[in-house]
Design a protein around this ligand. Sequence first.
Ligand SMILES: *[C@@H]1O[C@H](CO)[C@@H](O)[C@H](O)[C@H]1NC(C)=O
Ligand SMILES: *[C@@H]1O[C@H](CO)[C@@H](O)[C@H](O)[C@H]1NC(C)=O
Length: 523
Amino acid sequence: MVAMACLLLLGSLFLSLSANAVQEPWRIRDASCPDYRTYSTRRHSPITNGPLRLPFQRPLAECRTFVSSDVERVITEVKSRISDVDLAQLFENCFPNTLDTTVRWHLPGRAPQSFIVTGDINAEWIRDSTNQLSPYLPLVKNDSTLRNLIVGAIHTQAEFITSSPYCNAFQPPALSRLKPSSNDQSDSVNPPYDPALVFECKYELDSLASFLNLANMFFEQTGDSSFVSQDPYFMEAIKNVIQVLDEQALTTYDDKGNDRRNWYTFQRQTNVGTETLALHGAGNPTNLNTSLIRSAFRPSDDATILQFFIPANAFMAVELKRSKKLLAAAGYGKLADDLYTRGEKIEQGVWEHGVYENRNFGKVFAYEVDGYGSVINMDDANLPSLLSLPLLGFVDASNEVYQNTRRMLLSKAGNPYFLKGPDFAGIGGPHIGVRYAWPMSLLVLIRTSDDDAEITAALELVKKTTGGLGLMHESVNVRQARDYTRSWFAWCNSEFGKTILDLAVRKPHLVFGTGAEAYSITT
Ligand SMILES: *[C@@H]1O[C@H](CO)[C@@H](O)[C@H](O)[C@H]1NC(C)=O
Ligand SMILES: *[C@@H]1O[C@H](CO)[C@@H](O)[C@H](O)[C@H]1NC(C)=O
């Protein structure tokens, strides 16, 4: 702990020196710009002349938090090809939303930093920020300002994980001089954390996988691993990821049957069951010998019921294996092999312990297991989810177990959080409750489907249920689509952008019209 604090202190000294030497931070938003929290709840012109009359919701040019000429080029090119003006407007609003509104602070230059907020909350979630930035990754090869933004985002995530590897959401970096905010909770968490650095400390395995994911995507796009050695935090963060994996591979009882403490515990004063953990903050028991890793919380920030949360284990398996190439290229060959082997072990654990025979749907993936034979059977809209397994790269969409699972998850009979009403249908979750389905689940449904009718129906549904605001929301009331949560939810806007760009390559006729040619943003 002491060593870590010293490293942090040295790190920030180093960075503040170089910051003074380099240049002013990039575009801290002008105080005269409207708050996007309210801006996104009102309709702005120009309004389309399509049946939905969708508004233009990008902030004024001078109020955008980051500008990429390549992203602007893509918007123009895609818009010019989409004949449905409402769909085109939705793409124009959603695809740049993370750059337009959530780059709360960016320090460019040789030691870049980027603080990417989730939207309406002034904090960065590691998982959200990776997904928010992901649609721009194919452009970093050619756009050096965007590349600098992403390297900065990798750095800032690494700095967070170096200080507090068990936490999921973080305060602005000290150098930004932005004020930290409070989540208004009194949590007792072990290991303890500094609320000046951490916004919330829920341990989510997928959050650590998301950190690897951003670095891996960047390396795959650019072939450039130089950030690994240039960044004072990156390898420290990798060490911390490995330490958490080791600690969270430990189960409730040791091999002599004695109980042992969980390295992570979390308790909150709350009347919401999903906001705190059983067994004095340790979570429900897990069994030996599964090679799965525990997760205290889900990507929804709700507590897991059984701690072997399968989507995050699948995601971690994929990203550990993917990291081999990055770390080998950066000169860490032995560690690269170690991570690969860890990934293989977890992958095997998922197939051995995370698949079971469902009475109605055959062999399917479980959402959570405990190694004792208990299974939580459901899916939640937040990514990683079971529905998203092919997008994570864990399994091919044509795989039989995945197809069984998918049929189950998209049915009222198979998934307790498949929600359907007169206005909207999709997967929701306990976070908002059983009357609200999440547009994000429909975007994942589209990207994992080869069926034109299924894709078109889902796209129509998403398009029609923005509450007239032309942006994605977190969740939508299935009985009354005008009732939604979170007008400014940047992550889902990025997912919408990715979905249109996916269809532009894979199913151009569905977005550009019969006979249209495929369009890829990198050509
Ligand atoms: C775990 O594996 C060890 C070594 O193979 C074995 O002795 C033990 O019985 C196993 N425990 C459980 C709960 O499967
Ligand atoms: C990058 O730019 C070069 C030249 O400007 C162009 O030939 C190439 O297609 C671009 N690549 C991408 C990925 O946009």
